[in-house]
Design a protein around this ligand. Structure first.
Ligand code: FES
Ligand SMILES: [Fe+2]
Length: 363
C-alpha cells in the first residue's frame, strides 16, 4: 500500500480542524489519584465547564460548574460531606446537581426545583471519565478497553500532555507513522511503509512496517538482538473514535485518551503499556520509579518534538484556515473523514432530540 498521490488538496482538512467532538462518548477529565476526598476541580470539555469533585464518601461527582443562583463557578467553593457549596452565598448542591440547601432560607421554605446539569461519571485506569452528551446514552457506550492495565506482566506508564491545538491534529499524530521523520534521532527506526488499512463507521486500523536499526532503543524493547543490524517490525495504529492507540505486537500498546477542551486546546491522558521480560517480583519493585525515568529520558523528548510541530501547524491554520493542505496518507484522510462524520452524527442526533421534544410539547 502506497501513499495516495491522487488525494488532492481538499476541504476535508479544514473541516476536520473546525468541527467539535461527538459528545456521546466517554472522555477523561483527570487522573483519579489527583482528586482526593474533599477536593474539587474545574474541568473543561469542549467549552463546557464541569465541577468535578470527590465527596468524603470517596465517590466522584461531575456537575455543571455554574451556580444556579448567580452563575459563580462552583469549583471555587468547597466540598462539605458529599455536597459542593458555592463560595458566594453558600448554596449547596449534591452530586445530582440538585440544590439541597440555602443557608438564609427558612427550614419550611421550598428550595429551587431547577437542577444543574449532572454528568455521568466513572473511574477506570486511574482516570476520571465523564459523559458530556445525552446522559441516557452513557449506559450503552463503553470506556476504551485497556486489558493490560491489571496484568502484572505489563508496565503501565501514565503520560499526561497538553497541546494548544485542535483534537483532530492531536489524534492524527500517532496514526501518521510517517512523522517518524521528526523523531529520527530518537527512535531508532526508519523507512516506514504503510502495508494495510481497514475502516468501518467507528474506527480505522492500519499497519506500517518499519525498519529498526540495531541501536539502544530497539534493544531495550527486545526488538533486535545484538548480532542483528536491522530488523523489520509492524507498528499497528488505530482510531477508535474518539480515542487512538498504537502498538508493536507483544511489546507495547499505547492508548491515547483525549479531553478536547476547545478549538485550540486538547488535554491528553495516555497509557503506555510495556511488556517487560523481567520476573514479576522485579517488575513490582520498578513499577513506581521506572515510569519516571522513562518519562524523563524517553517520552518527554518525543512529546516535546510533537508539541512543537503541532502547535506550529495549529498557528498556521489559525492564520489561514482556508488554505488547502495536501494530504497523501490515506490513513489521515480516513481519520479526518471519521472526525467530521462523527461530529455530523452528533449534530444530527441533537437536532432529532430537539425535534422530538418539540413534538412532545406540541402533542
Ligand atoms: S452565586 Fe452561588 S450561592 Fe450565590
Ligand atoms: Fe510523535
Amino acid at each position: 500500500m502506497k501513499p495516495d498521490l491522487r488525494l488532492k488538496p481538499q476541504k476535508l482538512n479544514t473541516r476536520a480542524r473546525t468541527v467539535g467532538p461527538n459528545l456521546n462518548y466517554w472522555y477523561p477529565v483527570g487522573w483519579s489519584d489527583k482528586l482526593k476526598p474533599g477536593q474539587v476541580q474545574n474541568q473543561i470539555l469542549w467549552e463546557q465547564e464541569i465541577a468535578v469533585y470527590r465527596g468524603m464518601n470517596g465517590d466522584v461527582y461531575a456537575i455543571e460548574n455554574t451556580c444556579l443562583h448567580k452563575g459563580v463557578a462552583l469549583s471555587k467553593g468547597e466540598v462539605q460531606g458529599n455536597e459542593l457549596v458555592c463560595p458566594y452565598h453558600g448554596w449547596r448542591f449534591n452530586g445530582q446537581g440538585q440544590c439541597v440547601g440555602i443557608p438564609y432560607l427558612g427550614d419550611d421554605e421550598p428550595l429551587p426545583k431547577k437542577c444543574l446539569h449532572r454528568y455521568p461519571c466513572r473511574e477506570r485506569y486511574n482516570l476520571i471519565w465523564v459523559f458530556p452528551g445525552d446522559p441516557e446514552q452513557s449506559e450503552t457506550m463503553d470506556i476504551p478497553d485497556v486489558p493490560e492495565y491489571d496484568d502484572p506482566n505489563w508496565l503501565i506508564v501514565e503520560i499526561p500532555a497538553h497541546f494548544k491545538v485542535h483534537f483532530s491534529m492531536v489524534n492524527e499524530n500517532p496514526l501518521d507513522v510517517f512523522h517518524g521523520h521528526l523523531h529520527r534521532d530518537l527512535q531508532g527506526w526508519y523507512n516506514p511503509v504503510l502495508v494495510s488499512m481497514e475502516n468501518d463507521e467507528d474506527s480505522i486500523r492500519a499497519e506500517y512496517e518499519v525498519t529498526f536499526r540495531n541501536s539502544w532503543l530497539p534493544k531495550i524493547l527486545g526488538l533486535t538482538q545484538s548480532k542483528e543490524q536491522e530488523v523489520k517490525k509492524i507498528i499497528g495504529v488505530g482510531y477508535h473514535y474518539p480515542h487512538c492507540r498504537n502498538n508493536m505486537p507483544g511489546k507495547s500498546n499505547y492508548y491515547f485518551m483525549r479531553q478536547p477542551q476547545g478549538p485550540m486546546s486538547t488535554q491528553s491522558y495516555s497509557l503506555l503499556c510495556l511488556k517487560i521480560r523481567l520476573p514479576v517480583w522485579l517488575v513490582g519493585l520498578i513499577r513506581k520509579p521506572l515510569p519516571r525515568v522513562l518519562w524523563k529520558f524517553l517520552i518527554k523528548p518525543f512529546l516535546d518534538q510533537d508539541i512543537d510541530v503541532m502547535e506550529s501547524e495549529q498557528a498556521n491554520f489559525h492564520r489561514n484556515p482556508d488554505r488547502r493542505q495536501v494530504e497523501i496518507n490515506p490513513v489521515i484522510a480516513a481519520a479526518q473523514l471519521l472526525t467530521v462524520k462523527k461530529y455530523d452524527q452528533y449534530i444530527n442526533s441533537q437536532k432529532q432530540r430537539s425535534d422530538d421534544s418539540k413534538g412532545q410539547f406540541q402533542g
